[in-house]
Design a protein around this ligand. Sequence first.
Ligand code: NI
Ligand code: MN
Length: 227
Amino acid sequence: MKITYLGHSGFLLTGKHGQIVIDPLLTGYPFPTFKPEDIKANLILISHGHGDHFGDSVEIAGHSGGTIVSNYEIANYCADQGVNTHPLHLGGSRDFNLAKIKLTIAFHGSSMGLNPAQYMGNPAGFLITMDGLNIYHAGDTGLFGDMELIGRLHPIDVAMLPIGDNFTMGPEDALEAVKMLRPKVAIPMHYNTWPLIAQDPQAFKSAVEAATETKVVVLAAKEEYNL
Ligand code: NI
Ligand code: MN
C-alpha cells in the first residue's frame, strides 16, 4: 500500500484494487499540495463536518464517481449534492470489497457553516482494512481510553494521529494515544496548517520513538510512504 499525505488530515491510500481518500483539504490548504482534479478515489471518507475535513470531498466524488462514506448526516448532506454516498455510524463497519471501513468514536464537534451552524452528526475516526493492513485515522479528537480497545481488537499497522493541540490532542496526549494503540507506524497530522496548531513533528517523533516501539513517519504534503 502507498500512503500519500495531502496535508492537514488528508491522506490518499493506494491499494492493489483502488484508492481511498480521507479528509481531503486541498483548496485553501496553505502549502503546496494536489488539486482536487488530481485526486481519483473509489471511496471518499469524511471524519466530520468541519470545513478543514470536508474539504474537496464532493468535487472528488463527483469527478471520480467514487462513494462518500461518512456518518448518516454527512452522507445525506452529500447525497443532496448528487454524489454517491454510503452512511455508516459509530461502531458500524461495512466491507466495500476494496476495503472494510469501520467508524470509530472521536471526541470533538461536527457542524458546518455559521449562523446557524448545521448539525453534521457525530465526529468519527476510521479503521480501514485494505490489502490485509489495518489503518487507523483518528479524525479530530482528544485523547480517550478506548484507544486501548481499538488497538487490542485491530492490530494497527499505521495510525494517523492529530498532534496540533488547541482543537485536538497535542503531542503529549498523542504519545499516550500511541502507547494505547500500539501501531507499527504513526503519522502525525493536523499541525502547522495555521499558527494556532503549530507543532514540531520531529520532537514528537523523538518522544514517541524513545518511549515506544512505534516508528514515526513525518510527511510533507505530496510525500509518500510505502508499506
Ligand atoms: Ni474539526
Ligand atoms: Mn480539524
